[in-house]
Design a binder for this molecule. Structure first.
Ligand code: ADP
Ligand code: MG
Length: 626
């Protein structure tokens, strides 16, 4: 019989499949089952418009038959079938294909990307089979045809006998290889679990004869092997069900079954969109941080289904990074199984879904915040960091969307508050949103810099995470109120009287402060009389963009460039220590040097910054003691 050659593109794809070292070969079954389901769909849709056709649900099914003796696996369907021409066109060429065209040569070499992400349809059968036989009878045709191929060297087509309309695909499963067990594709339990995994929600029954050992009727200890036809798939997915039919427990079960997490979800979102793009989605906000969440290994993404068939485990495009904690799935009829075939158009659809989903998640979080605050706080304690990261990343592109979801610990409320709540409590004359940074709430509470702001009765937000200040720098302001660190040069609250007094003081002691500045040359930008200290003798303030907390974060990074904040040493001129400084300045330069260094090191300690020479520092203290 004459052997026909595959069209060039097909041959390449086929070669790829035959020589594939792709580890996830089991997806071939998903591909064949989905083709079978498509073929039944075609009859179903025809019957909708063609009165001579009636669609009787019971007549339409997919059947899987494995036979270990002949090493064959059959996928049989009662779908629309293929004519001779269609067999040639559909299986001999990928005429309409884009699967190869859209990918670069590199990705094609081993084919991981294509196979892994999209599947490549019918040809994937050659990952597990030496020979593939397709017998098909098209709807309305008297003739049946047999297509046979053993791989890249071509295929044959001849007429054959087949009673009913539909397609029967027979795979001759490869012999086991050293590194690959092909026998498993003949094992009914293994096949059953593959079907469950990928094709559970195919609309038509997927049947298989399953042999089980059962207690013989009328006996207590005699078993017999009973073979029964079972429907493997559950057919109606939870996401196609009506929300009103489902309970929280149903969603929780789904979450567990799907292994989205080992915890219980904090909240779920079930949405059905029926517009320009149609899809169903079930999304979960987990309660706990997955163990690998903040590690490099963590992959974000949602499961992506096309008409009930799983096509991707983690579709990263569906989730922005700042919502990467969301788990769940999306099923769309508008995405074809071979999403790659019209990748550009599909991509646009995927983006639309992603946009919708992002909005949904945001509004769910907002409603959690409004309606069940303790739940939101729980969520925020786990994932707030990711939201702040979102504000900071992409040059602040998402800050508008995220700012209302932020929370910080409040000096007044002693708990997490939103920016909106902060603003709503602000006294009229308060100019800025104040914050203080430090390693912990306890430490910030004791920061000397907070004194004057607290004295004014203003609320201070405590920043304890490294990302906080960076996020706020990106935000700049909230509802037209700028953020201001309590350590910044200008707090915007000095009253005129005090201002004048402090300035005079500075002038009067210009020379003292100049000497101190010289002693601390290269370490501080300036030494000044403080306007913010009340009971403490000394503290740092900073000038410019880089604050002390930012200095710490930047210098903890692997590529640290030893970035330093411009520090100003502020001296409390109402403190007794100040008198000692003055006396020393007039009488004893060595003492001034000693005191200055001590005060500088104290300011470092208060900030949690390392002291350059701890031995010298402790010796200095001893000098003062004796
Ligand atoms: P896709 O399903 O994306 O079109 P495939 O490689 O899986 O790509 O299948 C190619 C074509 O072969 C299908 O579009 C369909 O026309 C035809 N086909 C495959 N399997 C069957 C089947 N069981 N019944 C009818 N037609 C089929
Ligand atoms: Mg297909």
């Amino acid at each position: 019989m004459e052997k026909k050659a595959f069209q060039a593109e097909s041959k390449r794809l086929l070669d790829m499949m035959i020589h594939s070292i792709y580890s996830n070969k089991e997806i071939f079954l998903r591909e064949l089952v989905s083709n079978a389901s498509d073929a039944i769909d075609k009859i179903y849709y025809k019957a909708l418009t063609d009165d001579s056709l009636t669609f009787n649900q019971d007549d339409y099914y997919i059947k899987i038959v494995a036979d270990k003796d002949s090493r064959t696996l059959k996928v049989i369907d009662t779908g629309i079938g293929m004519s001779q021409e269609e067999l040639e066109d559909n299986l001999g060429t990928i005429a309409k294909s884009g699967s190869l065209a859209f990918k670069g040569e590199n990705e094609l070499k081993d084919g991981y990307d294509i196979i892994g992400q999209f599947g490549v349809g019918f040809y994937s059968a050659f990952m597990v089979a030496d020979q593939v036989t397709v017998i098909s009878k098209a709807l309305g045709s008297e003739e049946a045809y047999k297509w046979v191929s053993t791989g890249a060297d071509g295929y044959t087509i001849e007429t054959t006998e087949k009673e009913t309309v539909g397609t029967e695909i027979t795979l001759t499963i490869k012999e086991n290889a050293e590194d690959e067990n092909y026998d498993e594709y003949l094992d009914e339990y293994r096949l059953k679990s593959i079907i469950k995994k990928y094709s559970d929600f195919i609309r038509y029954p997927i049947k298989m004869d399953i042999t089980e050992s059962k207690l013989k009727e009328g006996t207590e200890d005699e078993f017999e092997e009973i073979t029964e036809e079972q429907t493997i798939n559950s057919m109606v997915p939870i996401w196609r069900k009506n929300k009103s039919e489902l309970t929280d427990a149903d969603y929780e079960n789904f979450y567990t079954e799907k292994r989205y997490g080992f915890d219980k979800p904090l909240a779920h979102i079930h949405t059905s969109v029926d517009g320009a793009i149609r899809y169903n989605a079930i999304l979960f906000i987990p309660e706990n941080i997955p163990f690998d969440y903040y590690s490099k290994e963590f992959e974000k993404g949602l499961e992506l289904y096309s008409s009930g068939v799983l096509i991707m485990n983690k579709c990263a495009e569906l989730l922005p990074d700042y919502f990467s904690f969301v788990k769940g799935m999306v099923d769309s009829e508008d995405l074809s199984l071979n999403i790659s075939r019209e990748i550009l158009q599909q991509d646009r659809q995927l983006k639309r879904i992603a946009n919708n989903i992002e909005k949904k998640i945001k509004s769910e979080l907002q409603s959690l915040l409004k309606k069940t605050r303790d739940k939101y706080v729980k969520f925020y304690e786990s994932f707030g960091r990711q939201l702040k990261f979102g504000v900071y990343s992409d040059y602040g592109m998402h800050k508008e969307a995220l700012q209302d979801l932020l929370m910080f610990y409040s000096s007044k409320e002693k708990k997490l508050v939103t920016l909106d709540e902060y603003i709503s409590r602000m006294p009229e004359e308060q100019k800025y949103i104040y914050y203080a940074s430090g390693d912990s709430i306890d430490r910030i509470e004791k920061l000397p810099q907070t004194e004057v702001v607290a004295e004014k009765g203003y609320e201070i937000l405590y920043f304890t995470e490294d990302i906080d200040e960076f996020a706020i720098k990106m935000l700049l302001s909230y509802k037209e109120k700028e953020f201001r660190s309590v350590a910044s040069g200008d707090l915007g609250i000095e009253d005129k009287e005090e201002d004048k007094q402090e300035n005079e003081e500075t002038k009067e002691n210009k020379e003292l402060f100049e000497s101190m500045k010289e002693i601390l040359a290269g370490k501080v930008k300036d030494v000044r009389a403080s306007k913010r200290l009340r009971s403490h003798p000394v503290c740092f303030s900073t000038e410019g963009e880089i604050t002390i907390e930012m200095e710490k974060v930047l210098n903890a990074m692997p590529d640290n460039q030893n970035i330093q904040a411009d520090k100003v040493l502020e001296i409390n001129t109402n403190h007794e220590v100040y008198q000692s400084l003055k006396t020393a300045y007039e009488a004893d330069q060595d003492k001034l040097k000693l005191f200055t260094n001590l005060l500088y090191n104290q300011a470092l300690l208060i900030e949690g910054l390392p002291i350059q020479d701890p031995v010298e520092f402790t010796n200095d203290i001893c000098k003062v003691m004796v």
